[in-house]
Design a binder for this molecule. Structure first.
Ligand code: PAF
Length: 282
């Protein structure tokens, strides 16, 4: 499997492999690959003639320096997992200088409020950093299709908005959340949880499932209150936010409107490790 570290090298390898009819797929990651990533990569391999997996821990999307420093990195393991899927995958693993040759700063985008709630509110600058690196990756690889997980649902909407406003000709595909047997959404951060907390953290998903049932009968505000009370009984799980929002514009629900689609979004700290999840409510 080929691992390319520079923009010139990945561009020329794609050029070599590509004919006019070849569809190029990109799976952007920050490494520490888990089953969720691997399912996305398998999907991309099944559908595209050339598949690029980028592995780059993007500093500009971390508002917390210690989170960046402790973010798990294991390139050797990642490469072995990817080559088990297909030796033809191209891995793009640049260093920070290669990606940010003009300095470690984010570009500034306007996302019409999509970036103001939830992750945007609690992680200032996060989405400007995500958008900056994703725009760079899309311009480097020039894929026909790029894949992103729905666990980061807000990120998915922001990337769709990014490609629209920057007129980048790429199809953005959202991929279903993959879960542990307990229900906990897969995340590169789960490995940092103790065995006990990893089991207890499945409560995050179970509370969202219960919220879905309640949302059929109650107002959004009372479902939110109910979840907040549930977490008060789990002192090891520190609820940062629970938001029920319109699935398209992410505006928190004030009053349910027939025909609109809603989602519940949650962020929780367990042993100082931040976990997020979301479910469709209707
Ligand atoms: O979802 C992620 O892993 C990252 O935010 C992404 C899209 C690879 C950008 O760094």
């Amino acid at each position: 499997m080929q691992v390319l570290n520079t923009i010139n090298a990945i561009r020329s390898e794609i050029h070599e492999r590509k004919s006019a009819a070849t569809v190029v797929g990109l799976v952007p990651t920050m490494g520490a690959l888990h089953r969720g990533h691997l399912e996305i990569v398998r999907r991309a391999v099944a559908k595209n003639g050339v598949v690029v997996v980028s592995i780059f821990v993007n500093p500009t999307q971390f508002n917390d320096k210690s989170d960046l420093e402790s973010y798990p990195r294991d390139l050797i393991k990642d490469l072995s997992l990817l080559s088990d899927i297909s030796p033809d995958i191209l891995v793009f693993a640049p260093d920070v200088k290669e990606m940010y040759s003009d300095g470690l700063v984010s570009d500034q985008y306007e996302f019409n409020g999509l970036d103001q709630q939830m992750e945007g509110r609690y992680r200032p600058g996060h989405f400007q950093g995500v958008a900056t690196v994703v725009e760079k990756l899309l311009n480097i690889v020039r894929p026909d299709v790029a894949y992103f997980g729905k666990k980061d649902y807000q990120q998915l909407l922001i990337i769709k908005s990014l490609v629209k406003q920057c007129r980048i000709p790429v199809q953005i595909v959202g991929c279903s959340i993959v879960r542990e047997a307990s229900g906990l959404a897969l995340s590169s951060r789960n490995d940092r949880l103790t065995k006990r907390l990893r089991q207890e953290a499945s409560f995050i998903y179970h509370s969202l499932k219960a919220a879905k049932v309640q949302f059929g009968m109650k107002s959004a505000a009372s479902v939110v209150k109910w979840i907040e009370n549930q977490f008060a009984d789990h002192p090891d799980l520190d609820l940062e936010y629970i938001v029920i929002a319109d699935e398209l514009n992410l505006k928190p629900v004030v009053r349910k409107i027939k025909g609109k689609k809603y989602r519940a979004f949650i962020a929780v700290y367990a042993e100082g490790i931040r976990l997020i999840d979301n479910v469709a409510l209707n």
